[in-house]
Design a protein around this ligand. Sequence first.
Ligand code: HEM
Length: 339
Amino acid sequence: MDDSSVAERLVDAVESLSTDHKRGTRPIHTIGVGVDGYFQPSEAARSYCKAEHFQRPCVRASVRFSNGSGSPVQHDGWSDVRGMATRFHLSDGSATDLIAMTLPEFFVPTVDQFFEFARTAKPKPVRRESPWQKILDMLQLKIPRRNPPPGQKESPDAGAKSFADRHRFAQLAVVQTDTIGAPVSYARAAYHAVHTFIVTAPDGVRRPVRFSWQPVAGVCNTKATATAVDNYLRQELEERLGRWPARFMLMMTIGEAGDALDDPTQPWPAKRVRVVMGTLTLKNVAADQVAAAERISFNPCRLVPGIEVSEDPILRARRNVYEVSCQRRNGIPCPFNGS
Ligand code: HEM
């Protein structure tokens, strides 16, 4: 099967994860908000990566924050993965993207396993546990199941858990998804680009790295007991940026011999060297949300000289997946640099 039909099938699989997916919208990370800002690299970044946005003093950046769900209905208070897609605008009018999410690891290491995961994790009706059942669970030393937030009628969680029971590699991501909660602000979550990339320094040294964004304001979730509110993240961001810019530090972790370079389900040891690559400053929620969030198309493989994809098969497959998804929803494609 050729790459483009694999991509079509992958987008079909992602669409099948939401029962209320609306044509013309993203099949996942559907609700989002576009923000304007700029990126300033650190001194250290200049010696680690020759890519333009790490060499110039400052580049313009566009960011889209999103809820992970493919539902077209806004559910900010639900426990969910969040996304942060960043576009760095370069001097010749081209661009490079960095797509990150609040999970540090992915569910599967290969495309075939993603198809199996998507089949197993199809949303199923969620059952509320009665108080008596919770007491019974505790008496039997079982962890009582958390009730779904008000309004949630179905969820992929049961299927994802049964997939993780059969596949050890999925356990980290599934457990983290189960407990992830909701951030008090898009600007108070840490986001991870998950895959390994290869960066080349001005002296020609090539290093395997993983990128993540750390919020300068610190990570903070809503209380687990808080009643889920459907729509607060965009307004919170508008108010926050109206008072003061929000900042993120771009961290780059350097891999060492023996680290998993082609498997996004595997964490690297915590003691790896981390370099602060720069600061992203977010100024305002974009005035034109159709152009800045709804129709824009990010792509994890839109890279510039100085950064390359690793051998990770999921990362490589995503190049065509995001193109196909953009075409299906009539988004605005952003041409690949020099291709
Ligand atoms: C086989 C694996 C994956 C598939 C099939 C997939 C599929 C998709 C699709 C179809 C979209 C909508 C794109 C669009 O219409 O513009 C999307 C968006 C997104 N994905 Fe993935 N994805 C995968 C893995 C990942 C991973 C590993 C991450 C972690 C960084 C990720 C983070 C995101 C984010 C943050 C968005 C929203 C981007 C935006 O705001 O435009 N995805 N994904």
